[in-house]
Design a protein around this ligand. Structure first.
Ligand code: G6P
Length: 382
């Protein structure tokens, strides 16, 4: 397939801009838009997964690498908080040599954009092997989340969620990450419905919120890209960055740090904001900017107070937060405003400015954004 940049300077920027469309495709593919709370006897989600995959589920284990592992962490939050299923997330490269003891009624999910990452395939092959000799239902409890159903992953596992993101050229994953998050929203909502642990009205609200995401991403792109491009000038010589988030936005802090490392070669750490006091705070001074994700919800006040601790160490504080939150506006030195989004849906929106920040810092430094040194789009060797 011939893919072109269509006027964008790099594929990565083009792919960042494709994200509203990717989210729309996922919504169209998997969600019944006419569903209302009155239809609660059937699920609004259409993943085409067999019913016995969900029966008596007691545990979910997720294996993945890199950005896909971050999607897995958001997935864990959703599967636990919406569907009430204990979920563990493991690096495939670690899991394959030290797997958790196998328990029945466990669903194993491999997340891999390319469907070709050697460690992820090996971890899943091992899980397949460990289940042989058990019941047919147990053997079938393997699910892949991928952007390439025709990949080696597709041959390995019996069930697939296709993330419909289209081909991604930039080595640093952007639109495929957002698509993986959409797959986890659908899976968690479907499971929550199946287990009857979500009120129909809450489900209706979630679906309405999901439908608004494409337009909300567009708002961030339209209102913030130029500003972030300007902001990037300040950081062309910066050597260390800290990204903070809590709850469902902790994995987004990790992803923001990973994007920056991958393409700008600046050292960055993502940390759960409440853990900063147990180490990273010692690194802070006026030379280390701190990017904090502060979305109204369960941990909003907590993140703001953690951010204030960083400010007391002279760090420049950059907040990804809704525009009209006065307390946040007073806390941060620099604001990257995003629309008001329900906390549980916010990762899809908060990741966008972090992708743009990494992109513009790398572009400003004149680096090869689409082909960063030492990295490969898919890592097919151990
Ligand atoms: C490589 C890529 C990353 C990606 C990771 C996992 O390291 O550079 O962008 O997140 O592999 O890839 P996968 O295809 O398994 O999602």
């Amino acid at each position: 397939v011939m893919v072109e940049k269509q006027g964008f300077k790099h594929f990565m920027l083009k792919e960042i801009y494709e994200q509203p469309g990717v989210v729309r495709s996922c919504l169209e593919a998997y969600i019944d838009t006419h569903w209302t709370a009155a239809d609660h006897t059937h699920s609004p989600i259409r993943l085409n997964l067999p019913a016995d995959l969900y029966a008596d589920l007691q545990h979910i284990q997720i294996v993945a690498c890199g950005t896909s592992w971050h999607a897995g962490l958001v997935g864990k939050y959703l599967l636990e908080q919406l569907a009430g299923i204990p979920t563990s997330v493991q690096y495939a490269s670690e899991f394959r040599y030290a797997p958790s003891p196998l328990t029945p009624h466990t669903l194993t999910i491999g997340v891999t954009q390319s469907g070709e990452t050697a460690d992820t395939l090996a971890a899943l092959a091992m899980e397949k092997q460990r289940r042989s000799g058990h019941s047919a239902e147990f053997q079938a409890r393997l699910l892949g989340i991928t952007n390439r159903p025709e990949s080696s992953l597709g041959d390995l596992v019996p069930h697939i969620i296709d993330t419909h993101a289209g081909i991604e050229i930039g080595v640093a994953a952007t639109k495929t990450f957002v698509a993986q998050l959409m797959a986890f929203y659908c899976l968690a909502i479907d499971l929550a419905h199946h287990r009857q642990v979500i009120a129909p009205t809450q489900l209706e609200q979630l679906l309405e919120g999901l439908q608004q995401l494409p337009a909300q991403i567009e708002v961030v792109l339209e209102s913030q890209e130029r500003y972030i491009e300007q902001l990037a000038h300040d950081f062309a010589e910066t050597q260390d960055f800290i990204f903070l988030g809590r709850g469902i936005n902790f994995p987004i802090a990790l992803e923001g740090a990973l994007k920056l490392k991958e393409i700008s070669y600046i050292h960055a750490e993502g940390y759960p904001a409440g853990e900063m006091k147990h180490g990273p705070i010692a690194l802070l001074d006026a030379k280390v900017p701190v990017v904090a994700i502060a979305m109204p919800g369960t941990v909003f006040e907590k993140v703001l107070s953690n951010a204030q601790e960083a400010k007391a160490r002279d760090a420049r504080l950059i907040g990804v937060t809704p525009m009209d939150e006065h307390e946040a506006a007073e806390t941060f030195d620099t604001l990257i405003p995003v629309p008001h989004v329900d906390e549980i849906l916010s990762p899809i929106v908060t990741v966008i400015p972090l992708q743009l920040l990494a992109y513009h810092i790398a572009a400003r430094r004149g680096l090869d954004v689409d082909q960063p040194r030492n990295l490969a789009k898919s890592v097919t060797v151990e």
